[in-house]
Design a protein around this ligand. Structure first.
Ligand SMILES: NC(=O)C1=CN([C@@H]2O[C@H](COP(=O)(O)OP(=O)(O)OC[C@H]3O[C@@H](n4cnc5c(N)ncnc54)[C@H](O)[C@@H]3O)[C@@H](O)[C@H]2O)C=CC1
Ligand SMILES: O=C(O)C(=O)COP(=O)(O)O
Length: 482
């Protein structure tokens, strides 16, 4: 393997990587479905995002093994946008791309080898899977929701998780506006009828949305954006949130969920999937809703009790519903929602009138996906190349000014450790022989992260520094960039 210090050997290094990587790529019968990207730019592979030469050492591999950015392996699943592939490939990383999520056994096989994985909402990264991910340093959720990842377990293993907190919120808000109008005008049903040749011109129980009340549950990025759009169309907006949040425009916060349900003509959910939101709308809550009102769920499938929804629609308690998310969603396009034996409600739900069903497309627009691709891949690059965890959802957020590794005796230490007394004293004793240019440390729960730029570290010192940090009882994961 070529020395990372020796840029002359970069091409040879790339060749090694390409050879070894090619053998590990799953061959698909359909090149459209699955293919791999490999670095073709040895020069880029040594550049940090700031354009510096980045002679990185030990690191993603979590062992003191020389590596360049060309050594870094990234697995991208679920058709993550090409903007991400370009940015990651531009770093010289080896990028393997799949259009779909992977079955558990295949995922376990692949995750063993990679330093970073990019997923969307389908891929469940459970402790069972993450326990196999020996080299993994970071996870990119190319979406808003992070419920599919065991965040705490990842943090305990020193794996930083990033997402895109708002790049698709406008797309979801626009979908909900469309659904409000479609439900109140029964557009879904009229369209299905005419597709099968039936002309059914009706105005009974079709309404304008002007002057109606929209009740938003969860007034975060999506809920508040939706609030503005709905008001601009003449709706009155009320919202319920566990936090006190300032209403935009003339939107008013209500203090209980029941108050929102009692007053709203349309109820829409924009909460995360957490224990408190499981079956948040069930029989009791449907009973609190106005007769003939509508329900929209584009948050997570577990938030509403679907059998209770079916009952509410069958008894005309509600006049319609739009559902974008389901408790057990198929892993790929073309799969059958009905085939999952857990979805016992599927046949009944699809037989009801004025129920709009969409396949989790709230955030599926060109604009949202390309913005998410840029945002999350940039976070991954900054974490891998510089150690910056700003924006991580499970981890202390730590950053220092851009790397100043222009002199050979500088080193950046990235030390993820248990948040217990005595760590700083121990670490600073290890650093004592050197000059600490900058140092920053923060903690979150039981995990802490220390970043330090140190000078006067020669090659032998570097190895000793690394070994000493590894041997501390607090160490979770240590990387050195130089
Ligand atoms: N259908 C789709 O394609 C998409 C779905 N989503 C889902 O939408 C959810 C919301 O997204 P954002 O608005 O960006 O999240 P956010 O975090 O900005 O807002 C969520 C809001 O819900 C509130 N909340 C939490 N628990 C609550 C409870 N028990 N009762 C009332 N309010 C509660 C929070 O205080 C927060 O204000 C995401 O977590 C994700 O699951 C997000 C994007 C696309
Ligand atoms: O952003 C989210 O949380 C979403 O639900 C969108 O998920 P997706 O990227 O379409 O799998």
């Amino acid at each position: 393997m070529a020395s990372p210090q020796n840029i002359v050997n970069a091409a040879a290094l790339q060749k090694d990587i390409v050879d070894s990587f090619s053998t590990s790529v799953t061959i698909s019968s359909s090149p459209q479905q699955q293919f791999s990207y490999m670095s073709s730019s040895p020069t880029n592979s040594f550049m940090s995002p700031t354009g510096r030469r980045l002679s990185t050492s030990c690191a993603p591999a979590k062992a003191l093994k020389p590596f360049s950015t060309g050594d870094v392996k990234i697995l991208l699943l679920e058709n993550v946008n090409e903007t991400a592939i370009e940015i990651l490939k531009g770093q010289g990383y080896q990028v393997e791309f799949h259009k779909t999520s992977l079955p558990e056994d295949e995922l376990i096989e692949k995750i063993r080898d990679v330093h970073a994985i990019g997923i969307r909402s389908k891929t469940k990264l459970t402790p069972k899977i993450l326990a196999e991910a020996k080299n993994l340093v970071t996870i990119g959720c190319f979406c808003i929701g992070t419920n599919q990842v065991d965040l705490e377990y990842a943090a305990e293993k020193g794996i930083a998780v990033f997402n895109s907190p708002f790049s698709n919120s406008r797309s979801v808000a626009e979908l909900v506006i469309a659904e409000i109008i479609c439900l109140s005008r029964q557009i879904g049903d009229r369209s299905i009828e005419l597709h099968t040749g039936t002309w059914n011109k009706v105005s009974a129980r079709c309404w304008e949305i002007r002057g109606k009340t929209l009740g938003i549950i969860g007034y975060g990025h999506i809920g508040s954006q939706l609030s503005v759009l709905a008001e601009s169309m003449g709706m009155q907006v009320i919202y319920y949130d566990v936090l006190m949040i300032m209403g935009l425009g003339t939107a008013k916060q209500v203090s209980t969920l029941n108050e929102l349900l009692n007053k709203s003509d349309f109820v829409t959910l924009h909460v995360p999937e957490i224990a408190e939101t499981k079956n948040m709308i069930s029989t009791e809550q449907f009973n609190q809703m106005k007769n003939g009102s509508y329900l929209i769920n584009a948050s997570r499938g577990t938030v509403i009790d679907i059998p209770a929804l079916i009952h509410a629609r069958k008894t005309n308690k509600i006049a319609g519903a739009a559902i974008d998310v389901y408790p057990n969603e198929p892993a790929k396009n073309g799969a059958d929602l009905f085939s999952n034996e857990l979805n016992t409600w599927a046949t009944e739900l699809t037989s009801l009138s004025n129920i709009i069903l969409t396949p989790h497309i709230g955030g599926s627009t060109e604009e949202a996906q390309s913005a998410i691709g840029v945002e999350v891949s940039t976070s991954l690059v900054k974490y891998i190349n510089e150690g910056s965890s700003v924006g991580a959802v499970n981890f202390p957020e730590v950053s220092l000014r851009s790397l100043t590794l222009d002199q050979d005796n500088h080193v950046r230490v990235l030390y993820i450790h248990k948040n217990v007394p005595g760590v700083l004293r121990t670490v600073n004793e290890i650093f004592a022989q050197h000059n600490i240019d900058k140092q920053f440390s923060d903690s979150r729960g039981e995990i802490a992260y220390l970043m330090a730029d140190i000078s006067d570290v020669d090659q032998a010192d570097r190895k000793s520094l690394y070994q000493q940090l590894l041997q501390t009882p607090f160490n979770i994961s240590t990387r050195l960039l130089y």
